[in-house]
Ligand binder design. Sequence first.
Ligand code: AMP
Length: 438
Amino acid sequence: MPVFAVKGTHDLFGEEASCYAYIENVFKAVCELYGYKPIETPVLEYTEVFDRATGESSDVVRKEMYTFLDKGSRSVTLRPEGTAGVIRSIVEKKLYATVDLPLKTYYVGPVFRYERPQLGRYRQFIQAGVEAVGVDSPRLDAETIILAMRVLGMLGFDKLKVKVNTLGDQASRAAYKEALKSYFSEHIDDMCEDCHERLRLNPMRILDCKVEEDQKIVAGAPKMKDYLSQEAEKRFYETLSILNDLNVDYEIDDTLVRGLDYYGHIVFEVHAQSDTGADYGALLGGGHYDGMLNMFGGPKDNDSGVGFAMGVERIYSLMRDNNMLNDIETGLDIYAMPLGEDVRDDLFHIVEEIRTLGYSVEIPFTSLKMSSMFKRAERAKAKFALICGSEELERGVVQLKNLATKEQVEASIETLDATLDELFGEEQEEHHHHNHEE
Ligand code: AMP
């Protein structure tokens, strides 16, 4: 009987897996550029971690978590997002007890949500995210958005839609929730079942409702901006003016509330257009939060944070649709071709030396015909073939064939490092030149 992957999960292999690794590496490199350091927390947490941080009224916590009792009858959950576990860890390990605030962390890893699988929506997917905690500053909030934009910029995205909104401070949100409560109470009979519960738990969640028929009612709801305290409003415009200064193009979307309960002040989402017209949903989302460290038993002061998470699957899908993956170099530098069994040992040695120089090399493990080796080299997208028979070995040389231009040079094994540096240097220039002509 065949066995299949769990519904909503997916295997990663081949070129797609290489592209994921590329996206994750770009993300990590940009995080390091902003002084962020990696953090890894368990996929499995006590359920309470998400009940507390993510908020019991959020859809994610109410309906989408993979929660089960372990063999010791403790309720555990596969993380549905990254922030709660990171904050739990920061508090538990007292990482916040440093003078070097903000504490800047980044992570990449799988998260799990029991959602209906569809385009851009999986049950296991990869989030790459950052959390910066311990400093309450519009500048830090802005920097986080700028970091996110730089990741997407480095990946080659240009036409991006950045939506921002403010959820204000506690007082603003309390006033706004009251206003929403009385507005939606009048319309709730015409709204979906979920909205009935949202009205009870947190009326702001209704603004996130995806049900078509509810949209008209949602559109007429009171706006956050009319309930902002003066301070919260000032704070929002401070953040926006920093974004303006750095030429971040955004639009204010006053229906943006984000799916999780812990946000305050600025929240944001980034969307991109697929050339195929497919809509995968937001590429990334995040925002500022207050009070979360304290929620886990941490300090009350310096208890602000800001972060975002991006979905690697969605980024990959868009890059594929928009032909942005072509420039990702996954090819091999050199494919080594032993001519005959008696050179195999020596060539194996030479190949290892070349790897020490930093060039990627493959060598076949079975004896193959020349033509098969060239086919393999082509499939591996190798730039050069390194050909060596016993006659070459005796003279202390190998043949290096540029597989694009078919030019072949003989190189002394003794000075192979210099020859390779020279050949690959030219190759780089050619490549550059080529790209600029296009
Ligand atoms: P959220 O934590 O809901 O704000 O999600 C952050 C990002 O994760 C989104 O912008 C998406 O890129 C990605 N994401 C959320 N849910 C899914 C899902 N079910 N499948 C794939 N990616 C997702």
